[in-house]
Design a protein around this ligand. Structure first.
Ligand code: KG4
Ligand code: ZN
Length: 373
């Protein structure tokens, strides 16, 4: 069976073709991705209307690219899958509309997929795929969740963020530091040569006794620290232009970008350490509570090197295996959507239907997914 998948929930247009036979793990035949990051950078974040329009521009050339890459023609596609939610409504509608129109024209069945299930199952595309059951740490721009995963569709949420997601904490802190959107990769690059212990930043809910997260306070602590650094630098005789309080038009702390590079590296490293520390410690608690010895990390923040290094080190000490998606499949892509569709179909959780009227679910909790435990 060949599944053609479309991802368009936010600022990446992804298309991919996966194939499966019997109960064997689906394999990726070809995938293509277009990231809109450059377009949104000028605005400091995703502009939904621009995102939708750009998905329309990219989706058909990407589909052609995928088919050419796989050496397949459209009539060799058996099922068409698309991201049904969660995400930006207009952006989701582009993928849903194209997928359903294509399936109708080909007389093939269609299946809407949950974006987070795509992230969750993306490590099955790696050279070192996990086995069920496992604890999953899902860390993306919009979600931070710890889950117990017993099989496809069997997801029990153990804990989640009560405010900002981990990716949001990276992005918002990076913005205060004047770094370009999306801030996660930029902040972690700047942090590479910084001292992670230079500034004491809060680790919210670290000892809360449950598996929930909270990152909104960290952003405030970073803001206060950045303002303090600017004030002390100015007091040392470096005049500063602009207001000393609040943020500049680009959302950064006024005067911050003029601080010495070492100080900026140190705050970036300290911020990253605060986020990573909480993610690692809570993952270890989830492993201890469930008694499971396998951890799967998925979502954009799963690309973070410090997070990977700390998880690897701590899990190795405890005899726990850690699985990640391939680096290029951590952030949004079509392969994970085609994969999730293929794994759902294989496990007979759901059937693809020749029903071409569609809707999207901009808000869609993972535990309300059809077939979820
Ligand atoms: O999973 P994803 O592509 O989109 C959502 O579904 O939200 O995740 C995007 C998030 C952004 O917040 C981005 O800053 C973050 O993942 N991210 C990173 C890194 N690469 C992407 N955060 C920290 N370090 C990275 N290397
Ligand atoms: Zn995502």
């Amino acid at each position: 069976m060949r599944v053609l998948g479309f991802e368009s929930s936010c600022d990446e247009t992804g298309v991919a073709l996966v194939q499966y036979q019997g109960a064997g793990l689906p394999t990726l035949l070809s995938h293509a991705l277009y990231s809109q990051i450059d377009m949104h950078q000028a605005f400091g974040g995703v502009v939904p209307e621009l995102a939708s329009r750009d998905h329309i521009r990219r989706v058909l050339p990407l589909t052609q690219q995928v088919l050419t890459g796989a050496g397949c023609s459209l009539d060799q596609v058996d099922v068409v899958a698309f991201t049904r939610g969660p995400g930006l409504a207009g952006a989701l509608l582009v993928g849903a509309g194209v997928a359903c129109a294509l399936a109708a024209a080909l007389d093939k069945p269609v299946l809407g997929v949950h974006h987070l299930e795509g992230h969750l199952l993306s490590p099955f595309l790696s050279a070192d795929p996990p086995q069920f059951p496992f604890v999953a740490l899902l860390v993306s721009g919009g979600h931070t969740q710890l889950m117990r995963v017993d099989g496809v569709g069997h997801y029990a949420i153990l804990g989640e963020t009560i405010d900002d997601a981990a990716g949001e904490a990276f992005d918002k802190s990076a913005k205060l530091m004047g770094l370009a959107y999306p801030g996660g990769p930029a902040l972690s690059k700047l942090a590479e040569q910084g001292d992670a212990e230079a500034y004491k930043l809060p680790r919210p809910l670290l000892h809360s006794g449950n598996l929930d997260f909270s990152f909104a306070g960290l952003k405030t602590a970073v803001l206060v620290q950045a303002q303090r650094m600017v004030a002390s630098h100015t007091a040392q005789g470096e005049p500063m232009s602009g207001a000393a309080v609040g943020t500049s038009a680009n959302g950064s702390v006024p005067g911050y970008e003029a601080l010495p590079l070492t100080a900026r590296r140190d705050l970036a490293a300290s911020t990253q350490a605060a986020i990573v520390d909480v993610l690692v410690k809570k993952s270890l608690v989830a492993l201890r509570q469930t008694g499971l010895r396998r951890l799967v990390v998925a979502g954009g923040v799963g690309a973070n090197r410090q997070l990977r290094a700390h998880l690897d080190a701590e899990c190795a000490k405890r005899g726990v295996r850690v699985h990640y998606p391939e680096l290029h499949l951590c952030t949004d892509n079509g392969a994970m959507i085609a994969m999730a569709a293929a794994m759902r179909l294989q496990s007979a959780l759901e059937r693809a239907e020749k029903t071409y009227s569609f809707d999207v679910k901009p808000r869609w909790p993972l535990n309300r997914l059809h077939g979820a435990a």
